[in-house]
Design a protein around this ligand. Structure first.
Ligand code: L34
Length: 293
């Protein structure tokens, strides 16, 4: 069993991005600038966004964190987005999800200018991605592709089973893995909460991407020997023995599944850090896209 080390791989990618930024500096080109909007005080969201801002510093990007309180109206948030859309110094920005329930997420995603949509959530980017056109790829699926590529894991002709159909992970992942691309050409099954006989399906999988958000859902009896496991889940589970009062659990029961897997991502230190690295990559691309305009 080989661990797919997202921490180390993401650090390599960040190093490559840092070098590209240095190069831009010597050429007197614009320094990439990412903005992140965080509404409310959700603990996990604060951790992720802080990590994004810190990573910007590490690679030499400019970053701006916009914090709005949990009661912020949809209208105010839309106004903030419009400011970021029209601010020439901002190359890309994200609105961290989930948003408070009084705000319509779809409406917010649609308000982000597609050229600055480094999350790749806007319908224009999703549509372009679907049609094999250049697009910002949603950071988590992008990070998974990158991890598979850097570990030379063959996907062509393999049966990939994706558990979960979210707009952010499961759905785009299913499209990307089936496409004709270096990491792609897989036969893809999308499983979800209404799937019958899930175990029969996962037992046939060469690659499983668990992205349903139920801690330790996928167990050793559900997978075949040699399977490649990508665990996207990251849930804070109460644990009074831990100093913070919780532990991080993936969607995969690591102990039983890792005994059968050829490759497996840990949680933490797997997909999470890759998501952040690919957000930076998208921001660099957004900045490069403006070079000749
Ligand atoms: N708009 N909302 C928007 N874009 C995103 O790309 C995200 N996502 C998801 C939630 N909402 C979003 C993230 O940033 C999930 N996500 C994310 C990012 C980073 C990490 C996990 C999820 C991460 O760094 N995880 C660490 C552990 C962090 C901890 O201590 O809690 C890890 O090693 O997995």
């Amino acid at each position: 069993m080989i661990l797919l080390d997202g921490k180390t791989t993401s650090n390599q990618i960040k190093e490559e991005i840092a070098q590209a930024v240095q190069q831009r500096k010597t050429e007197s080109k614009k320094i990439p600038h990412l903005a992140a909007v965080l509404v409310g005080n959700d603990g996990a969201s604060m951790t992720y966004v802080n990590s994004k801002v810190k990573s910007c510093e590490r690679v030499g990007f400019k970053s701006t964190l916009i914090r709005l309180d949990a009661e912020t109206s949809e209208e105010t948030l839309l106004q903030e987005i419009e400011k970021l859309n029209t601010d020439d110094d901002i190359d890309g920005f994200i609105v961290q999800l989930p948003l408070p329930t009084h705000i319509d997420e779809q409406k917010i995603i649609m308000a982000v200018h597609p050229d600055k949509d480094v999350d790749g959530f806007h319908p224009i980017n999703v549509g372009r991605m679907t049609l094999d056109l250049p697009a910002f790829l949603s950071a988590t699926p992008f990070g998974i592709l990158e991890l598979l590529e850097r570990y030379n894991i063959e996907t062509s002709g393999k049966h990939a089973v994706i558990i979960g159909r979210s707009h952010i992970v499961g759905r785009p992942m299913s499209i990307l893995l089936s496409q004709k691309r270096p990491v792609g050409n897989a036969t893809v099954t999308v499983a979800h909460s209404r799937t019958k006989n899930l175990k029969e399906i996962t037992l046939q999988a060469d690659i499983i991407i668990a992205a349903l958000g139920i801690p330790e859902f996928l167990t050793g009896d559900m997978v075949k020997d040699g399977v490649v496991i990508i665990d996207v889940g990251i849930t804070r589970v109460e644990d009074s023995s831990k100093p913070r009062g919780y532990r991080l659990a993936g969607d995969v029961h690591f102990e039983s599944v890792s005994k059968k897997a050829s490759y497996i991502t840990p949680v933490p230190g797997g997909v999470g850090p890759m998501t952040i690295a690919m957000l930076l990559k998208n921001t660099l691309l957004a900045c490069q896209n403006k070079d000749n305009t």
